[in-house]
Design a binder for this molecule. Sequence first.
Ligand code: CUA
Length: 173
Amino acid sequence: MKKKIGFATVMLLVALSILSTRFYEVSLPVWHLLGGGNGPDPATLHLRGEFVESNLGAAQDREGFLTVRMIAQQYVFVPQCIIVPAGVPIRFRITSADAVHMLSFLGTDYGLKAVPGTVTEARFTFSKTGEFKIPCHEFCGAGHYAMRGQLDVVPQDQFSSLRPGERRTCGPG
Ligand code: CUA
């Protein structure tokens, strides 16, 4: 009898550990189904909604703002390069497809946290033209130290002459 209880306890513990692992794996979608997140679902970012690939980068939106939409994911920023005009307020909207990342514009005081299931929004004005590296400043996994994008700030007339596709092609830097 004692042996039987021991076996049952072990099986129960195994079952519990499997269940808790499963729960951990699916916790994010479940959280979304329960309405815990009002932001985009990290699992379908690329497929639908605001953060589909064609909508990323700098674009003039209906409210008249120049808006940059980005995704941070292990271990890149998408798009890898953004070009914006100098001296104009720019609205950034960023989310993450996986872990928490921190986009920081080197040489400025600006930074943006990218959190899965949430859109982080901020408005920055870059007064100086130039090329700014944007490394990730939040440890996000094995590739963290190589995770970086680039921001090119160009004069307004130069920006106006760029076609939408060209706003994602940075110069060498
Ligand atoms: Cu992304 Cu560190």
